[in-house]
Design a protein around this ligand. Structure first.
Ligand SMILES: [Zn+2]
Length: 150
């Protein structure tokens, strides 16, 4: 028997978001645009926060780059500089991801293939408010001790 997917609130939120992204962007072109916009939004925002922190607090001191874990006496300034170092890392990684992503964004496929994308998107992530889907969900979630209604 296949393992049941986890149903904790975090995972459920992920499934919902995952399906929504398929449903609302059901073509290759739309998935490309969506991923690109998400990446750029992430870069813009975290880059701007880092810039602002650096302006306010100056670049982090050199010793923060190889700081050993600090105990409860840790100064708030250390936490701040650690956060700035983390943000710098994130921004560097986002930059690398952008370079990788550029390679998959130039691809265009014929309309027949885009139609295939739409078709399978509808199967993978059907509209949760669709009447057939609601009926199916009710069937799937019928408690076992209820009499079979078929
Ligand atoms: Zn989970």
């Amino acid at each position: 028997m296949p393992e049941e997917p986890c149903q904790c609130p975090d995972c459920q939120r992920f499934y919902r978001e995952h399906d929504r992204l398929i449903r609302e962007s059901p073509t290759l072109r739309q998935q490309q645009e969506l991923s690109w916009a998400a990446l750029q939004a992430f870069r813009t925002l975290s880059g701007r926060v880092l810039e602002d922190l650096q302006k306010q607090h100056g670049a982090r001191p050199a010793e923060a780059t190889h700081a050993t874990p600090v105990g409860p006496t840790e100064e708030p300034a250390d936490a701040l500089h650690q956060a700035m170092a983390d943000l710098e890392n994130i921004n560097a990684h986002l930059f690398s991801i952008e370079a990788l992503m550029e390679r998959i964004f130039d691809v265009r496929v014929p309309e027949a293939i885009e139609q295939k994308f739409r078709e399978l998107a509808g199967e993978l992530a059907p509209d949760p408010l669709n009447a057939d889907r609601l009926r199916l969900n009710r069937l799937l979630h019928q408690t076992p001790d209820l009499p079979d209604r078929s």
